[in-house]
Design a protein around this ligand. Structure first.
Ligand code: ATP
Ligand code: SF4
Ligand code: MG
Length: 321
């Protein structure tokens, strides 16, 4: 399948009074047209920074120091999102690349009806636009769309609000949707419903979804591929089955051992130690202070993300084991 987004050597720092936080260090990642790619990793490893870099909505103290994010616009046209001006970004944001956040309440305005918020990015004759909005709400399995469009956000449940946010991001049929922990604030049943719905819609609308989550079970449930991040690096990328069946990176192995498996009576083993502060990350492989296989070279040289087998990328100095 075609590559829709190609990230190379992406390095992002936050400048704070306490110093520089190196949130992304040479991140490399390809995203394929029509897939659901999950990005997983512990809190603070840089997932949201990566998402916000792609959508180009980083906070003002963040600087993209180097690297490129090549977006494939189809018919041989590409743009580097890192190098676009604010004017050019306006044409892409929300239309070609759309972002869904964790907290639907923050994404919706309390003073406007659902109708206005869902159709904000759509131009055209009023009746027609409203029809499109109703269609998309129907696809999102919402009862009585014409009534919901007349409501204000506070009249809706959390799950309904998140569907409205998703509707607003889908209505322009973006090429890429980035969902940053879109269901974390919702209860488990609603989470499952929304994830199932996203996965169905991706097929219907031929959209690519980048799903950010700290929850491996959620990733396993709906993603095609998983990229594992650790302390600002992408350390492993694989299809869901291979990643669970035979993780290659020591961090991924630890991560899988640290979550309980249903129906398997296996000891849970947390990874020893803590992730490093990105204000002062360890040199070489950033996982080396916690790695059971650490070697001399790991402390000096950062391992490159390399393809070990078709579709299996790993950043580790260990030979394949
Ligand atoms: P979580 O799972 O908690 O959402 P995350 O993987 O999304 O975490 P990021 O939010 O991308 O992680 O943060 C990466 C690093 O950058 C962390 O060390 C974080 O403290 C730091 N960071 C994030 N935003 C800022 C900011 N605005 N200013 C300074 N540092 C920041
Ligand atoms: Fe462990 Fe070295 Fe591989 Fe890092 S590079 S994960 S420290 S073996
Ligand atoms: Mg985050």
């Amino acid at each position: 399948s075609e590559i829709v987004l190609s990230i190379r050597d992406l390095t992002v720092n936050y400048y704070t009074r306490q110093g520089v936080v190196n949130a992304l260090d040479g991140v490399e990642l390809d995203v394929y047209q029509g897939e659901i790619l999950a990005i997983v990793g512990e809190s603070g490893c840089g997932k949201s920074t990566l998402a916000r870099s792609i959508a180009r909505i980083l906070p003002s103290n963040a600087v993209i120091e180097k690297g490129s994010i090549i977006l494939n616009l189809g018919s041989g046209n590409t743009v580097d999102l890192v190098r676009l001006s604010e004017d050019e970004l306006v044409k892409i944001r929300g239309k070609i690349v759309s972002m869904i956040f964790q907290d639907p309440s923050a994404a919706l305005s309390p003073v406007h009806k659902v109708k206005k918020q869902v159709t904000d990015h759509v131009s055209g004759e009023k009746r027609r636009v409203e029809k499109i909005a109703q269609e998309i709400l129907k696809k999102l399995m919402m009862p009585a769309p014409h009534m919901i469009l007349e409501k204000y956000p506070h009249e809706l449940s959390g799950g309904m609000k998140q569907r409205i946010v998703i509707a607003a991001s889908l209505i322009t049929r973006p090429r890429i949707i980035i969902a940053d922990e879109p269901t974390t604030a919702l209860d488990v049943t609603v989470q499952a419903q929304i994830l199932k719905m996203l996965s169905r819609l991706r097929e219907e609308l031929e959209t690519t979804i980048i799903l950010i989550t700290h929850n491996l079970a959620v990733a396993a449930e709906i993603a095609d591929r998983i990229a594992v991040m650790y302390a600002g690096h992408v350390v492993e990328v694989a299809d869901v089955f291979s990643l669970f069946e035979r993780p290659l990176h020591p961090y991924t192995k630890g991560l899988l051992k640290s979550i309980p498996k249903p129906h398997v009576d296996e000891e849970i083993e947390p990874i020893r130690g803590e992730p490093p502060s990105l204000a002062d990350p360890p040199p070489g492989c950033r996982f080396h202070p916690r790695c059971p296989y650490v070697m001399d070279v790991c402390m000096r040289i950062k391992p490159r993300l390399e393809e070990r087998a078709p579709g299996r990328l790993v950043a580790c100095h260990l030979e394949e084991r």
